[in-house]
Each structure stands twice: as structure tokens, then as C-alpha cells.
Design a protein around this ligand. Sequence first.
Ligand SMILES: N[C@@H](CCC(=O)N[C@@H](CS)C(=O)NCC(=O)O)C(=O)O
Length: 287
Amino acid sequence: MVQLIDSDIQTREVLDWKGLHLLHNPASTCSKKTRIFLNLKGMNWESHIVDILGGENYGEWFLGINPRGLVPVLVDDGVVHIESNDILIYLENKFPEPSLIPAGDEAAVKLLLKHEDDLHLDLRTLIFRFLVVHEGPPKAPEVLEQYRNTGSGTVAGKQDLEKSVQINFWETVARDGITDQVARSSALKFKDALTELEQRLDKSSYLLGETLSLLDIAWFTYTDILTLAGYPVATLHPRVNQWFKKLSERPEFAKEVQLPEPVAAMFAASLSKQQETGTTMRQVAGL
Ligand SMILES: N[C@@H](CCC(=O)N[C@@H](CS)C(=O)NCC(=O)O)C(=O)O
């Protein structure tokens, strides 16, 4: 559970916030998870949109709340929680109805969510290779320098290593771009993961049995963006595709994956260029 402590937090105003506040972005995969969860629980919460494409997450205000500079962040009565999956588990424990972790599956859910989270940089690799259009490096060196030097740099009172992982990701992309080989490797990790989901869905209607769980929410958001990026879910994993379509019909899910118009236009431009040049994810990764 990643709950921040007082000395991690430099933006002190959040300590006085009452009720549930979510700092998030409409197009962020991890933010979508938390919003779907809150919809399913029917909870009231206050929305704070963070402009991650505009770099607001690297400003002093946001890094003073989450030293990792990532969304989503939950502030519950002045207590700050980061990491989307930890936020889901925290909220599930606090608001257990309707239940989103099948009885007895608590440890399995944590492990399976960790596996999903471990693939996050691979997901970002595919998003920045196949969907996001950028001139030059996605994060300029001076922006990364500001990121490096702002905020407490601690999580739960300890020097946090995650920021260096993030900076290393962006510096590698700036230096090498996202090569076909790197994109292929990330896409193939998802092929393995979705093959595993396909096997689960052979035995049951949802990923952990006959009822919806946190795992369905998490993989729904990944499946959505992978499909948008050109991963052929319908042909390679037909049961995953059916499960995804079934969830997409539910308003709690559907409304959270609608893209803001400028983002949808950027994605469309990127995909149409790949069609013209024969560089879609399917072609690059040999899927
Ligand atoms: N493991 C984190 C990942 C969070 C994350 O990478 N969030 C992305 C959006 S999905 C973000 O804030 N990106 C902004 C950036 O890297 O500049 C979680 O699950 O919350």
C-alpha cells in the first residue's frame, strides 16, 4: 500500500482536503481504472484534472503531492495515496460493497495486479510508439531536469527510486527513439499476458470467476488502449474481445474510456500514417 507520510508532501493544502479527491487525467489508463472503480461503487468524489500532456505533473504543485509525478492520486480526508492498484485495494477495504475482490482471492488479486503494473512501461512504450505524436523527444531535457529536482523525492519517508526509473525511460526514448525491436518486445509481452487472460476466460465469465473484480477493471483499461494502438485483440484473443465488449456496454466503463477530442484526433493521425507506411503495431511486431 503506497500511502504518503507528512514529510513526503510539500503541497500542504491537500492535508486539509475533506472527502475523496482524485487527481487524474481523462486519457490516462491508470486514472481510468480508478474512475471505473468509483463509478461501480457509486461514490461521490471531487475531480482534479492534471494536464499530463502539458507537463502539469512536473510542476511544483503536483510534485508536492505525488513525488513520483504520476496520476492518479487519491486524497482521502487529507491522506494521500498513490499507485492506481494500491488506491483500488485501499478503497475496496474501506468500501467493501459491492465486493470487487472474490472472497479468499485477496492475495491472488495483489499478485495479478502487480503483474499488470509491471507491464506499465511496456504499455507506455506502445502508446508513445503507436498513438502519441511528438516532434523530438516526448520530454525535453530541461523538463526532465525540473522533474528530477522538484518535490520531496521521498515516498513513505524513504528516498524513492521510481522517479529515476521514469527519467531513465524518457531519456532512453529521447536517445534511441522507440525502435521496432523495443516495440515488438513490449507487444509480445502483452501477447503472453492476453493469452493468459484468454485461458482464464475459457473457464469463467470474468477474470477471477463469475463476478466482476478489480482485475477485470485493470485489464479492461489496458485492453482498451492496446486495441486503440492497433493490437489485434479480436483476432488473437477472441474471448478477451468478447469480455471487453461486454464490459464496454456498461456505462460505468463506457464513459471513462471516451477520449477527449484532441487526443482522439492525435491518435487517428498517428494510426493513419502507420497505415500508409506499413508500420502498424501488427506489422512491426509480427502479430
Ligand atoms: N504504477 C503507476 C503508473 C502511473 C502512471 O504511469 N501514470 C501515467 C498516466 S497512465 C502518468 O502519470 N504519466 C505522466 C508522465 O509520465 O508524464 C500507477 O499504477 O498509478
